[in-house]
Ligand binder design. Structure first.
Ligand code: ZN
Length: 380
């Protein structure tokens, strides 16, 4: 009897030792937190195929997926279940101010530019640039309802906001050729929102009738008014999602001071979010990987290192064609640049990185990534 008791005790001791060893090993293995932006393909895909795709991502070191699958809660439930089964975080990636073809939305809720044209029927740059006005209660209620229904789903860990901004009043320099534009200053056809409510509300708080001002880009209060409109809508949505005990984060332009405020009126350092995913897409700004480091530093400082910054990296899908490609959408980091981009991000204080997108990664990219994510660049 005594012997049996002693054997049991030894077994328990052994189990505890094993458990401790496992814990120690896990802690010892350094890995950079890794997220990806991915979306449900246009074609039908079975649960088994999805499981296979997500398992591959997990095996490559991906910790969480920002997943775009439209507005239907049931789709998020289905996808989320599979992502959770694999053991990754699941964030529902849903555009905010850009909303296309939806019977729930009225044409008069869309933003209006400085020439009086609506983004509903005359969007800037591209047909999908149908931006809503962030100053309308109806718009807020539509968004609140949308995000609340998705945040309600058990499998959803968080809400990932995107297009949470005004249309680009100035495009990133790498896009000027594509649209045959020189955006040396703010032009009225790209400057929003001059709807009656925005003009009226701004006059009430500032005394300025912005429609009578010759160059509105010189009026600092008018810029601040619009930064604040976006900030208010984000913070109201954050309360809704936090009430559901879920996290909320966003894809933002880099900066915010150097780029996000100037190009898209995002003063995101004032947003009550749990994490930020700045799109540090150097090729869009005709910059190299060292620029990623400079911007990451600005971003980390902008939130006083209190919130995680995941450095968003734009991947080149066909590295062999990059130099012949005119469209910057097909540019991005080559496999030979990827390690430097990760190094710059991490050395300058990023909590992790986020890839746009896993589908654009070639096998050469994955090879570089595999080694890079287990390297502690902060100690080098
Ligand atoms: Zn407006």
């Amino acid at each position: 009897m005594k012997q049996i008791a002693s054997t049991i005790l030894s077994l328990i001791f052994l189990l505890i030792s094993c458990k401790n060893n496992t814990t120690e090993n896990t802690t010892d293995t350094y890995k950079i937190p890794l997220y990806v932006w991915a979306q449900l393909p246009q074609h039908t895909i079975t649960d088994k195929e999805l499981l296979n795709q997500f398992q591959k991502l997990k095996n490559k070191g991906v910790d969480g997926v920002m997943y775009a699958a439209g507005h239907d809660p049931l789709t998020y439930k289905r996808v989320g279940k599979i992502i959770k089964q694999v053991g990754m975080e699941f964030h529902a990636w849903i555009p905010t101010m850009v909303q296309n073809n939806n019977p729930k939305l009225q044409p008069e809720w869309y933003a209006v530019n400085g020439k009086g044209e609506s983004a509903f029927d005359k969007p800037a740059y591209v047909p999908h640039y149908q931006f809503l006005c962030p100053n309308k209660d109806e718009v807020y209620h539509f968004l609140e309802n949308l995000y609340r229904n998705i945040a309600d789903i058990n499998e959803v860990d968080g809400i990932h906001l995107d297009y949470i901004r005004f249309p680009d009043v100035i495009l990133a320099k790498g896009l000027w050729n594509k649209y045959d534009l020189v955006m040396d200053k703010e032009y009225p056809q790209f400057d929003y929102c001059y709807c009656d409510k925005c003009v009226h509300d701004f006059k009430s708080v500032s005394g300025i009738d912005i429609k009578t001002v010759e160059d509105p880009s010189k009026v600092e209060e008018w810029k601040q008014f619009r930064y604040d409109l976006i900030t208010k809508i984000v913070n109201r949505l954050a309360d809704v999602v936090h009430d559901k005990n879920k996290v909320i984060n966003a894809a933002v332009f880099p900066g915010p001071n150097s780029i996000a405020k100037k190009l898209v009126r995002q003063e995101w350092n004032k947003w009550n979010l749990d994490a930020f995913y700045p799109m540090n897409y150097n090729d869009f700004y005709i910059e190299g990987t060292e620029w990623i480091g400079q911007l990451t530093k600005e971003e980390v400082n902008a939130v006083s290192t209190k919130k995680p910054i995941y450095s968003g990296l734009f991947i080149c899908p066909k590295p062999e064609n990059k130099t012949n490609e005119a469209d910057p959408e097909n540019h991005g980091l080559l496999p030979s640049e990827l390690e430097a981009a990760i190094n710059e991000s991490m050395r300058n204080g990023a909590t992790g990185i986020c890839l746009f997108t896993p589908d654009r990664m070639t096998s050469a990219h994955w090879q570089v990534l595999e080694k890079a994510i287990t390297t502690d660049y902060t100690k080098k």
